[in-house]
Structures are given as C-alpha cells and as structure tokens.
Design a protein around this ligand. Structure first.
Ligand code: 3HC
Ligand code: NAI
Length: 688
C-alpha cells in the first residue's frame, strides 16, 4: 500500500499504492508510517520523496472508510511525524492532491508538482473540514484570505495557481518524481525549521485582531473537535452519499442484463440537432464544446436566423467561462433535414408533440445512413413509439437534457424495450464526455424525474385549494434547501408547458367539465385557470407571482392571486385552513418519494442512487439531503409510511398518496439502509 525504494544514492522513494486515486485507507496510512520509519532509520538515506502510483499523488482520505469504525494509524499524527522528520521530505504531486492528499503534502517540507496537477481541499463538499492539519497549515503557508477561499469553496486549483499562491515550491512539465529527487538532493542538509508549517505563525492581515492569533494557537484541537461533530452529522453522510451516487450511476445496468462493463459504446464525432428552440440551442452548444461537429437544423426561417446568431454567442460565452481558447467543435446551420445524412447521431428537439416527432423520425430514418443513432430529447413521450417508425428500433434512445442544456449537469438516457445496449452505452458515454451526469432510465410517462415531479406539483396545488398561499409553499420548500419553491420554479419554466400536457391528456380544455374530480381522481383546475387568465409565468410578467414586466426575474406577491384563490375556494365551498410548513413538506416531498418507490418497483430506475442523482443534478434537490430516497432513509421509512397512510386516509381520492408496495416491504423487513435496497429489490424481483 506504500512501496519503499532506495534510489541510487541517498534518496528514499515512498510510493502510495491504492488505485485508482491512492486514497489514504488504513492500509496506506500504515504503509506510510512504516516506510517513513524505515527511511528515518536508514543512515544512508539523507532525503525522502513521497509520490503516488499511476500518475495520481493522492485523492485524500478514503471516503469509503467514513461509514465504519476508525482502523489503522490516524492521519493527523502520521502527518505530524512526517513534518518532524529531520531529513527533507518532498511531495512529488502528479494528477491530484486533494483533501487529505494535500494535507499530506503540506506535512512534507517541500512540494513539487506537475503542471497538469490539481490541488484543493474539497472537504466542504462532503460536509467536512480539512481535518488533518489542512485548516491549520494552509493559512500559515499562504495567509488567511487565500486559505479561507480554498477551504470554504473546496475548489480545485491548477498547479500554476498553487505556485502563485505559494503552496508549491516548483512546477514542472517533466517527470515530477525525477524533479523532486533532484530537488531534495540539492536541499539535503539545509535547516528544516522554516519548512515545518504547523510551527509557523500565521501571516494575518494587520486588521485581524489578536483573538484570531489565540484561536490559531488552539487551532489543531478545535479542528479535531469540529471534524468529529461534522463526521457524525447527517449532512456529511448525505454529501458523501451524493459523491458516491454520482459515480454509481455511471455503472449502469438494464433489466436485460446489458451493463456498462459488457456493452461497447461508439465514439461520436459528428452529430445533428433537429429543432433550435430553447433546448436545441443548448444541446448544440454542449456538443460543440465537447469537440463534436454539429449540423443544426431548424425549419422555421425566423428561428433559424435567430439561432444562427444566438448559438455562436452562447458558445463563445460558455467557452470563455470554461477557459477554452476556441470552442473545439464546428457548427453548420441548415433548414434542410437532408443535411444530416452524414452524421453518426441525431438528437431531435422539436415541439413536444407526438405526431410531429413521429414525422421527424420517419424522415430521419430515410435520410440517415444505416446505423445512425436516433435520439429524442422528449420530456416524457414514449420512446418505443418513436423507435417503431424507424428502420433500426435498436438504435433509438431518449437523451433527455435539462434546461439550459449546456449548463445543467443531468442527462436522462431513456432506453425502450428495443433499445440496444450499444445505443444506451453510446448515449451514456456521450453524456459523460459532455460533462453530464448520465443516468439510464426506463421508458415510462415522464421517465424518472418528471414522473416524480407530477405528484409533487399536484400536492402543491391541493395545498393552495386548502388554504396555503404560493409564498407559504415556496418558503417551506426553500427552507428545506431547494433553490426555488415549486411555484417560483413553475413561473420560471412557463406555466403553459404543463397546461399543454394536461390538454393533450384530456384533463382540461374545451368540453371538459370544470370539476375537482377528473378521470376518477382528485384534480385541481387552479393552474389551468391561471393560464386561462393569460398568466404564463415570468415570460408574461405574471403567473403565481407578479414580475416587473415580461421576462422579469424578481417574484413579488400578487394581490390578484390571493383574490383569485379566495374566489376559487368560495366557488367550490372550500374553507381555508392554516397549514403548517411541516405539512407542506410532508405532502409535497413524501408524495414525490412515494413515486420514487413505485419507480424502483417498476424497474424504471436501477437503484435509489439513480433517482437521487437525477434529483440532485436536475431538480435542485439539496445535496446536503442526499436525494429523495436517501432522505427517506434519514427520516425513517416507518415514519414516511405512517405519514403517507395518514395523508392518504385524509385524501383517499389522491392515488399518489397511497403508500407504495415496495415502501411497505422495506418497512416490513426492518427498514434496511439505502445502500442495500438495490440488492433487496433485485432479490424480490427474482422471487416474484
Ligand atoms: N476515497 C475513496 N474513493 C475515492 C476517493 C476517495 N477520496 N476519491 C475517488 N474515489 C473513487 C471513486 O468513488 C471512484 O470509484 P469507482 O471507480 O468505484 O466508482 C474512483 O475512485 C475514481 O473516481 P472518479 O470516477 O471520480 O475519477 P476521476 O478521475 O474523474 O476524479 C478525483 C478523480 C478528482 C480524485 C475525484 O475522484 C474526487 O474528487 N475525489 C474526491 C476527492 C476528495 O473529496 N477528497 C477529500 C476526501 S475527505 C478528506 O480527505 C478528509 C481529510 O481532510 C481528513
Ligand atoms: P421550443 O418550442 O423552444 O423549440 C422547438 C423548435 O423546434 C422550434 O424552434 C421549432 O421551430 C422547431 N421545429 C418544429 N418542427 C421542426 C421540424 N420538423 N424540424 C426542425 N425543427 C422543427 O421547444 P423546447 O422547449 O426547446 O423543447 C423541445 C423538446 O425538448 C420538447 O420535446 C420538450 O419536451 C423537450 N424538453 C424541453 C425542456 C424545457 O425546459 N424547455 C426540458 C427538457 C426537454
């Protein structure tokens, strides 16, 4: 786990060995303690270099160990002991030095890095703090202001920035270990006191009062106490779970047995996007930024002209934000579908209208070369129906991006019953290349994310009928941690989107009776009536809130809405009651979670991690609550079940509140931890 070698001459080389990122597991820590001792004792050794195997110095503490009891030598004394060594020790940093990895390097007397290395203290993103001396050594090395920036943001910095800040002693484009060996040979025998960071005063700005100095003296103890508190907090567990769920979803598997490790992906270099509205434009930009050449097709002349102005500007802006000198992919605009004949993959993003999409897919299958992958960005229509009109249904999948598509991290890759493993693998890999978190989901109305959103939105509307205001509902959800409550969010997306879907489903529109029960279940006509009043959200300057004008961003309470709600309640004989924030959260979130259990039961998502990644990356679910399914586990499945039963009892005409069978089954077997649900579900499926 840490290999010791004596290089010709007097340098001992310690190589961390724990693939893939040389995380500081118990065995690695033990290895470091042993090899450092060996170097100390060997009289022929005058200096030491610590490096990592396979081009990665160290990705930090081993996050997988956090859930269990602490084994092996602790990190803090280990790093202290390195700092105290009386032979110069240098860290040779290649790849990454993150978290505990950087803390280890800060315990060394010198730090030499490769120019492509990334450094940082990302503990905050896991609900922790740099608890192995990082919060203490870094400010002493580079000053409070710069250290606080790195510690509180958790951002990764380049070797060049680290050199400028004073974290590194040298940066090289050559072999970093050779460079570090040469470096320590040169400094061997020089005094080390000024290199022991924990013993140095902190270079504070003159205006920082003496209290801070005193605090720094006690810093190591304080750091330990705070870390212990954080380790035991629910937020840290949730953030660490979110870190792993993001990676678990990459290891996708389908009910057919196809999976990430047995399905080959094609590498795409030429693609086309059909329809250059809100979504199409963002998708073109995201593809071009990945180095893919794009044929961008739009049939409406005005839209095409607008898009050919807007897309290059968006691309430049985004390339600048990502510090890319020039966007790598080339874009050509066209009004002719014939121009997509040479591409390897097409993403259709025309209006959400099945007959139009069918027409486009029929056309595509006749124009494209055989073997071209045909993808749809539909938000919830049946992928199988689209596949059915093509010559190769196996090559059809959904690629459901989220708005704005060049910014949002989530991509749902929707497989239909006929989608081939190759098509799924290609879409998943393409998403990854585009920097997305790609999640494979089954083909059902709304897929995973929007399917779960439906009961959530529905509850929010029912709460308005029963006496809540849009502000009260939004405040409860924002207090929970969503960046925007459901009504503010709906105003931003446009209220007409859902209205159109409800019209298509025959739930509203001319000839549909204005009752509160439709298609055999409770229905709230409130959002339809808001749309009928011409209030479509931010774009019309009015929706559930009022804005300064069309396109305005700042939501203000609107007396019209309050009068409208009162009139509505009076018309339907509803008596407004006062609704506590707890009820708002339970009704909205537990209904959504319940649908998550139904989705797992229907095998539309492979595991709870998939659902949680979708919600964290696509729907603003607060990362420090892990995701809806993780949150259910934190609250307690028994409690979720009991509250759903309670609310379903009060609202028997709302099927979404009826507890899912899977939830009941999990409670019946003692509410096992979320990490074991996938296995439980698979076993149940085999037995049923
Ligand atoms: N502990 C355990 N496993 C880790 C890990 C860590 N610190 N860092 C990465 N891994 C695992 C991943 O889970 C993944 O496992 P898998 O192959 O089974 O899915 C594998 O290593 C590869 O990781 P990525 O897919 O993320 O690989 P990339 O090359 O894209 O990224 C990375 C590498 C930049 C190092 C990224 O993995 C990362 O950001 N890791 C976390 C770094 C971090 O937050 N470190 C701080 C830990 S907390 C700490 O040190 C506390 C201390 O202060 C006391
Ligand atoms: P939009 O209305 O902004 O753009 C659709 C574009 O397609 C228009 O420019 C239209 O002229 C063009 N178009 C129509 N028929 C065409 C044809 N035959 N050939 C070429 N272009 C044609 O729609 P938006 O919002 O971009 O949505 C597109 C798709 O993406 C829909 O399926 C929608 O459900 C889905 N989606 C939308 C999201 C959103 O937030 N807007 C989020 C995720 C998916």
């Amino acid at each position: 786990m840490a290999m010791y070698s004596r290089l010709p001459g007097s340098v001992a080389l310690i190589t961390l060995q724990n693939p893939p990122v040389n995380a500081l597991s118990a065995a690695v820590r033990q290895g470091i303690v042993d090899t450092v001792q060996r170097a100390l004792k060997d009289p022929k050794v005058t200096s030491v270099v610590i490096c990592g195997q396979n081009g990665k110095f160290c990705g930090g503490a081993d996050i997988r160990e956090f859930a269990g009891p602490m084994l092996g030598p602790p990190l803090v004394p280990m790093i202290h002991a390195i700092e105290a060594v009386d032979k110069p020790v240098a860290a040779a940093i290649e790849g990454v030095a993150l978290g505990g990895g950087l803390e280890l390097a800060l315990g060394c007397h010198y730090r030499i890095a490769h120019s492509k290395a990334l450094l940082g203290l990302p503990e905050v993103t896991l609900g922790l703090l740099p608890g192995a001396g990082g919060s203490q050594r870094l400010p002493r090395l580079i000053g409070l202001t710069a250290a606080l920036d790195l510690i509180t943001t958790g951002r990764h910095i380049s070797a060049a920035e680290a050199l400028k800040l004073g974290i590194l002693d040298q940066v090289t484009d050559n072999n970093v270990v050779d460079q570090a060996v040469e470096f320590v040979r040169r400094v061997a025998g020089q005094p080390l006191d000024s290199r022991r960071l924990s013993t140095l005063p902190c270079p504070c700005p003159p205006d920082v009062d003496s209290l801070l100095d005193k605090a720094m003296v006690k810093g190591m103890e304080k750091e330990r106490d705070l870390l212990t508190t954080l380790f035991n907090s629910g937020q840290a567990r949730a953030l660490q779970y979110a870190f792993f769920s993001q990676r678990v979803v990459g290891k996708w598997s389908l009910p057919s047995g196809a999976s990430w490790d047995n399905s080959a992906a094609r590498t795409i270099s030429k693609a086309a996007v059909i329809g250059l509205g809100t979504m199409g434009r963002g998708i073109v930009v995201a593809l071009a930024l990945t180095g893919i050449s794009v044929v961008a097709v739009e049939t409406q002349e005005k839209q095409l002209a607008e898009a050919s102005q807007a897309v290059p500007a968006m691309l430049q802006r985004e390339a600048g934000r990502r510090s890319l000198a020039t966007p790598p992919g080339v874009i050509s605009f066209s009004s002719n579908l014939q121009d997509v004949s040479e591409v390897e993959l097409v993403i259709e993003a025309v209006f959400e209208d099945m007959s139009l999409k069918l027409q486009v897919f029929r056309h595509l299958t006749s124009v494209c070369r055989p073997g071209t992958l045909l993808c749809s960005n539909t938000s919830g229509l049946d992928i199988d129906q689209l596949a059915a009109v093509t010559q190769s249904p196996g090559l059809v999948v959904g690629m459901h991006f989220f708005a704005p598509a060049h910014v949002m991290k989530l991509l749902e890759v929707v497989y239909g019953p006929r989608s081939s493993p190759e098509a799924v693998a290609t879409a998943m890999q393409l998403g990854k290349r585009m920097g997305k978190v790609s999640v494979a989901v089954g083909n059902c109305p709304g897929f995973v994310g929007n399917r779960m959103l439906k009961p959530y939105l529905e509850q929010a509307n029912f709460l308005l009928e029963e006496g809540a205001t849009p502000q009260q509902v939004d405040e409860a959800l924002e207090e929970f941690g969503f960046p925007m409550g459901v009504f503010r969010m709906s105003d931003l997306s446009g209220l007409d989107v859902g209205w159109r879907i409800r019209k298509e489903a025959g739930l509203t529109g001319p000839g549909v009776e204005s009752t509160r029960t439709r298609q055999g279940r409770r229905y709230s006509p409130l959002p339809d009536q808001v749309c009928e009043a011409g209030r479509l959200g931010q774009k019309t300057g009015r929706g559930w809130y009022q804005y300064d004008g069309p396109g305005g961003r700042v939501a203000r309470s609107d007396p019209w809405v309050h009068i409208f709600l009162e009139a509505y309640r009076a018309e339907h004989g509803l008596v407004a009651r006062s609704i506590a924030p707890e009820e708002i959260l339970e009704r909205c979130l537990y209904a959504l979670i319940n649908e998550g259990f139904n989705i797992l039961q229907d095998a539309m998502a492979a595991g709870p991690e998939d659902i949680d990644a979708i919600y964290v990356f696509g729907y603003g679910w607060p990362r420090h609550h892990g995701g809806p399914m993780f949150h259910a586990g934190q609250v307690g499945l028994g409690r979720i079940l009991e509250r759903l039963q309670h609310h379903h009892h009060n609202h028997p005409d709302v099927p979404h509140l009826k507890p899912s069978t899977l939830l009941r089954r999990l409670v019946a077997v003692g509410s096992p931890p979320v990490q074991t649900w996938r296995e439980f579900i698979n076993k149940e499926r085999v037995h049923s």
